[in-house]
Design a protein around this ligand. Sequence first.
Ligand code: SF4
Length: 654
Amino acid sequence: MRYAETGYNLEIDLTRGNIERAETDPKLTELHLGGLGTNAKILWDRVPPETEPFSPENLLIFGSGLLGATPATGANRTIVTTYSPQTLLMGYSMMGGFFAPELKYAGYDKVVFRGKSPDLVYLWIHNDKVEIRDAAHLKGKGAVETAELIKKELKDPNVQVAAIGLAGENRVYTASIEQGRSSASRLGVGAVMGDKRVKAIAVRGTKDINLARPAEYVELCNEVLKYIKYRNENPVPNVMTILQGLGSPQEMLHTDEKWHTENFMWGNARTRRKDFWNGEVEKKWKETQEMVRTRLISCYNCPMKCGAIISVPGISTYMMKCFSKLTYAMAAFVDDLDFGFRIAQRATEYGVDGFSTPQIMAFAFELREAGILTEADFEGCPSDNEGKFYWLLDRIVRREGIGDVLANGTYWAAQKIGKGAEAYAHNNIKKHEQLPLKLGMLNPVYFLMYATGEKANITQIEGQFPQAPFMTKEEREGFIRDWIQVPDEKFKQYVMDWEPRGERSNPYYPTVDMSVDIVDWQEMMHYIDDAVGVCAGLSSFPLKPPYHIHNYPKLISAAAGIEMDEEKLKEVYRRNRNLVRAVNVRRGLRRADEKPPEDHWKKRFPELEEKLLDAYYAFKGWNNDGIPTKETLHKLNLDTIAEDLEQRGIIKNG
Ligand code: SF4
């Protein structure tokens, strides 16, 4: 019997219209757990590295995690994996909500799409009954609208639907997959879904998940829940509001946006408005948010309520989460912040990433001001800031005129436009738009995360360790007192010795070796979450979370019956980290690609940055170009990967 996982994947060949229920190998679960780990393994095994993202050979994988759908709080992530059209590397984007649990209740751990459908279709999974259905009537429909229409068609409001909007259909590189209470937005996973002509996946499941030791597991889950309650009642003091609690940043709950509006950049990620937030703005914003926020909502089996149903008078209802309430308004430079709530409704229906898309539009208007794009490119564009943004969003999503070029994101658009446009695409890492944040002094930990992260999204790599030093000794002592999550006591000393100024401050403290340790811990927790399918908001993202390296092995053992301890779990993490690296190395990723945006920090330290990268690679057992060595891969049971890299001449002489 298989525990925690179902032991079956759904293999869908879209070219032939073939559907197969394929049993999976339990040995792979022991090696990689599930989720991101087994998704990456499938991509490595089955998609040759030369494959273009929009080729029928590319796969699009919707994977649940090993603990998904079990009683563990927040075990609801869907990990969507494919080769990204934007970065050309492996893209993996996560969504919460209810999709992955429903898929497991239907009896499947993953849905793996290959080929391309000749016509627009949707997949309907109802336990053992699986059908590829015609979706011609859904062509051009919004992502939220599509979900509603499918539920009506299937006459079941409990069906979970993941759908693309027009952006996905038109293969816009920032196209998302929307799922009612969440979305997989980054790296163009929606564009690959559109390329495969899959408008949506609808799933309904009513089966059970087996647990190896149910009583023990439920007790462990109850401890997690008890801790969540404790942490909610005892926020972490002396850190900014959004870091005090658990969950995805509680943006829909909080209305104090002084920090974001005054510290994040406006326009094309360039301009800081230090005095923006005042009493009048605060009052109006609070009123607006409370008026449009119909109610706060959670993902499957979670009490945290990170999202909200948004109803702006005159336009249809949608779900919002996190910082995207401000990204459009700040990119458009409008003082009336409620614009964000209005345009986000259209953007959600179109199905686009709320981080990259506003930056792409701001980039275009900067190019127009600089004379690099001409008035002919903007024929018919209104003159007011709001109108301009709606107009350009429509062009991008429809790939009309200049919108067709911009639909590929700032990196590729700049390459195509030329005439110096490259300098305006200044906020990218690995060809992908980052948070619009520009800072003063280099932070060595963040340097490494930005440079080497393969999720290509900083907010999904950081966590666990404070972002900045505490001001006083008392604050530091208070912080480390109940810090049970540390994998090693040395991290407490790092916090104690870290000063806001002087010798023990950024950029030389944390030291190079300490920075590598901190990054490795943060990565470890994200990789474990992404394999077991637990929300980062309860584990790798916040300070002092309920899931950590000390209780995860017990949870995994009791749920899946896999003998697991901390050392073994750390090895699984290292294996998955190296596997993802190998997939990308085989696609051409090298040290030269591992750099944050030039202007992310004003004060840069090229020599120190090289030392940080050297130390990080050495720590990981990689060569100086960021490529795992044969010895490292051998230690992690990844010999076949080493052989492949050797045959291709990527690993030389071991
Ligand atoms: S913490 Fe928030 S984002 Fe995470 S599962 Fe719970 S409600 Fe969803």
